[in-house]
Design a protein around this ligand. Sequence first.
Ligand code: PGA
Length: 259
Amino acid sequence: MRIAILPDAAAIAGLAADRIEALYRRKPAFVLGLATGSTPLPLYAELVERHKAGRISFAEVSSYNLDEYVGLPRDHVEGYSNFIHRHLVDLVDFREGAAHGPDAWTGDSHAAAAAYDAAIREAGGIDLQVLGIGSDGHIGFNEPAGSLTSRTHVGVLTEQTRRDNSRFFDGDIDAVPTHCITQGLGTIMEARENLMICTGEGKAEAVRELVEGPVSQRWPATILQMHPNTVVFLDEAAASRLEMKDFYREVWEKEQLPL
Ligand code: PGA
């Protein structure tokens, strides 16, 4: 993993968007993995701006969301497919039908999960996956104690995650679904590049485990330590509990030098 500690969310959005723009220039028909939640919103806003400025087009891109709630009506504003359409897909030039998410409305979520996993493979795999982290260490909705090699599957949300996400449901934890379909950790590990973004003090403990803890089911994001091409973008607050902060800064700076 490469660790970038940056001053704020805007600086992170700029550098993360640079990587997506660079991928677009190499491969205009790239496959983009999208995360929901508050963390990636500045990045999506930056991508919309760059699209408006003519720097990036999504006309040949296909996207795959990380996860979806099970149990919400299809048109619920907080459904993740709707969220991604509202914050990115509908604001740029995606082709109709090119933005995908797990289908939680088929009546057989287990079959839908397997079909989604197969669809990602058939699309050629994800070129670049945007990730956030849960305060309990989840990525996608892979909660603690799940298999580190799981495929896309139906999962149960921890109370911590439901409490964290209740802010999207008028503060009512009972309104937050208990189940989801999520890309598995094994699925996420097949992405060619991961951009993990973590901001705010609330993520500091999970970030410490992600970067400096042992790989473990207790903190599912730690599996990214085994990924060959993952950048972790942190603001100062999210990085605040890291032991080797100064070293990570030095490495990041030196890596930017042409050699
Ligand atoms: P957040 O969610 O970006 O809203 O903090 C991150 C996550 O739960 O993965």
